[in-house]
Design a protein around this ligand. Structure first.
Ligand SMILES: NC(=O)C1=CN([C@@H]2O[C@H](COP(=O)(O)OP(=O)(O)OC[C@H]3O[C@@H](n4cnc5c(N)ncnc54)[C@H](OP(=O)(O)O)[C@@H]3O)[C@@H](O)[C@H]2O)C=CC1
Ligand SMILES: O=C1O[C@H](COP(=O)(O)O)[C@@H](O)[C@H](O)[C@H]1O
Length: 589
């Protein structure tokens, strides 16, 4: 079994809990002692011998990029797994005592790089999770010297791993490993210059491995993949490329992007990131389901009435309106992040925790979805809200948004999975910007207790008294189960209360940011949390017709005030299936 991942703090907690050796690939300890042991053994990162008994698995190295830069044919649907099995058979162990890692952030001057990528790399460094011989290169068109780049990155680094003191001099030593190379995105000679610089820092080692993080607008993905592949892929080790969303705008543009990228990159080299898969609670979803006896028997239409996946942000598109308007909330959040959650939630037990086995099951869920109809979609757009001390602009007030745009900033959809397990169970998804609060959660509402003996004592309608399992992905990560409980005392009155696993209380430790986890997985060649192309094919097949219909028919989004609970239409959609949104039912707190 691969892939149960634990941070060092969690390992200490788990040490108390786990009595049998965990047959798992585990995250390495942070301690220098353990790190030294790993280096002696030629292991690194998450594959070390750990404080608890973990089976050490080899990090995989994908073929040297020279094999792939000459134009790999597009990967056909259905043969993906076979190809990957073949690739896995050829993998070699990356020996970090003899090999180097260069991480190139393409689009180094951008928002994502600064907000997420550098802080994640720094956190990994502070936790001793990066290989000994690593170097970071920023690449973008902006002119900057190494020193200016270090100042630029420096401003984004915080010591979020432990206390400020223990980060100590690591800021400086981290920044010393960072270099900047200016260049154009479609100029091979600029990438060659980058490669030459990388070779300088790589030259004393047997093999050099390279990661290119494409933190750039999608319009230049292919140009960069081409230049990087032809002029800067590693001549001695593996080359991996992290591709950010959006992966196209519909089935057709996705297929085109794949065709273009596959001229330069093999499927094995490509790591399509969906950062929601790197979130702690999403990682835990499979553990919750498959490592506990109590949940899985209930995980079907027999006991579950509906499943809700709710994403809300309490801010608008501030500063990203130009990008957002081309996509809208369905493409920005629902088609990727929320649908990925549905597929993990609803999949059958995989053969193992191997990446291909998990992704095989996820894709089946996506392929089993009933075609989405416009009757099962509600779209909204936030409008300005002014009042006492409140002055929130509407979506259309953003200068970068075209006048009269119908772009949805809110959407709710009802999905159905046509298989034996989920037949008839509504999966209600909603996502919105500029709402009342920021939260992402999965809510599982169970069926009523048949012939409930206590129905008269509940003081609530049956809907509110049914069990509900809530996984709060963010903020304030928690899993809780709402149950009916007797209020202590001589009488027999019941109330709804929570069996509550709030992470802050149970695990008082730093939770790794999603990008931290995912970048580490790329270093280790672990694709479990990355999206395979057939998953995207299926996801686009589900949403493309409905997006086209919304756009062709110019469906008017229902306006909702900034900071509200969103369009009333979402309640009608839920009630059509006899459902009430759990996030706004009052018995929750
Ligand atoms: N920002 C975020 O929160 C998130 C972003 N993403 C995705 O990550 C990727 C990067 O996002 P983000 O950092 O916000 O992007 P930016 O718009 O900040 O672009 C990154 C860099 O690319 C260069 N660039 C920007 N526009 C163009 C252009 N039209 N042509 C050529 N180069 C350009 C700029 O660098 P220079 O001018 O110096 O070359 C810029 O600093 C995108 O694919 C985005 O969809 C995904 C999730 C969240
Ligand atoms: O991919 C995206 O995600 C963010 C939300 O990410 P989170 O980790 O902060 O929840 C969203 O704001 C953005 O619009 C979208 O592109």
């Amino acid at each position: 079994m691969k892939g149960v991942k634990l941070g060092a703090g969690a390992q200490r907690v788990q040490k108390d809990i786990v009595t049998a050796p965990l047959p798992a690939t585990c995250r390495a300890s942070h301690s220098r002692r353990v790190r030294a042991q790993r280096q002696q053994k030629g292991q690194h990162g998450s594959r070390g011998q750990l404080l608890i008994s973990c089976v050490a698995a080899s990090p995989v190295g994908i073929e040297p990029a020279s094999n792939t830069s000459n134009g790999t044919p597009p990967v056909e649907e259905g043969v993906v797994a076979d190809q990957l099995d073949a690739a896995a058979a050829e993998t070699h162990k990356t020996d970090w005592t003899k090999e180097t890692l260069s991480i190139v952030v393409v689009g180094a001057s951008g928002d994502l790089a600064r907000k997420k990528i550098y802080p994640a790399l720094f956190a990994l460094y502070v936790e001793d999770m990066l290989p000994e011989n690593f170097t970071i290169y920023g690449y973008a068109r902006s002119k900057m010297s190494d020193e200016e780049f270090r100042d630029y990155i420096g401003g984004s680094l915080t010591c979020r791993v432990t206390d400020e003191e223990s980060c100590g001099d690591k800021y400086d030593t981290f920044l010393e490993r960072c270099y900047y190379q200016p260049g154009q995105y479609s100029d091979q000679s600029d990438f060659k210059a980058l490669s030459d610089r990388m070779t300088e820092t790589e030259k004393d080692m047997k093999k050099a491995n390279r990661i290119f993080y494409l933190s750039i607008p999608p319009s230049i993905f292919t140009a960069v993949a081409g230049c990087a592949s032809k002029a800067a892929s590693s001549p001695t080790g593996w080359t991996r490329v992290i591709v950010e969303k959006p992966f196209g705008k519909d089935s057709e543009s996705f297929a085109q992007l794949e065709r273009e990228l596959s001229n330069f990159l093999s499927e094995e080299q490509m790591y399509r990131i969906d950062h929601y898969l790197g979130k702690e609670l999403i990682e835990n979803l499979t553990v919750l389901r498959f490592a506990n006896l109590v949940f899985e028997p209930l995980w079907s239409r027999n006991f579950i009435r509906n499943v809700q996946i709710i994403f809300s942000e309490d801010f608008g598109t501030e500063g990203r309106g130009g990008y957002f308007d081309q996509y809208g909330i369905i493409r920005d959040v629902i088609q990727n992040h929320l649908l990925q959650i549905v597929s993990l939630f609803a999949m059958e037990a995989p053969v193992s925790l191997d990446a291909e086995h998990i992704r095989n099951e996820k894709v089946k869920v996506l392929q089993s979805m009933k075609q989405l109809s416009l009757d099962d979609v509600v779209v909204g757009q936030y409008r300005a809200r002014q009042g006492k001390g409140v002055n929130h602009p509407g979506y259309l007030d953003d200068d970068t948004v075209p006048a009269g745009s119908l772009c949805p900033t809110f959407a709710a959809v009802a999905l159905f999975i046509n298989n034996a397990r989920w037949d008839g169970v509504p999966f209600l998804l909603k996502a919105g910007k500029a709402l009342e609060s920021r939260r992402t959660e999965i809510r599982v509402q169970f069926r009523h207790v048949p012939g409930n003996l206590f129905r008269d004592r509940l003081g609530l309608d049956l809907d509110r008294a049914t069990n509900e399992l809530v996984m709060r992905i963010q903020p304030d990560e928690a899993i809780y189960l709402k149950i009916n409980n007797k209020i202590p005392g001589l009488g027999m009155k019941l109330d709804v209360t929570k069996l509550d696993l709030t992470y802050k209380q149970r695990y008082n430790q730093h939770l790794p940011d999603a990008y931290e986890r995912l970048i580490l997985d790329v270093v280790n060649g672990d694709k479990r949390l990355f999206i395979r192309n057939d998953e995207l094919d299926a996801a686009w097949a589900l949403f493309t017709p409905i997006l086209k219909e919304i756009e062709d028919k110019k469906v008017q989004p229902e306006l909702y005030p900034y900071g509200s609970r969103g369009p009333v239409g979402s309640h009608y959609l839920a009630s059509k299936y006899g459902v009430r949104w759990g996030d706004i039912m009052t018995t929750d707190e």
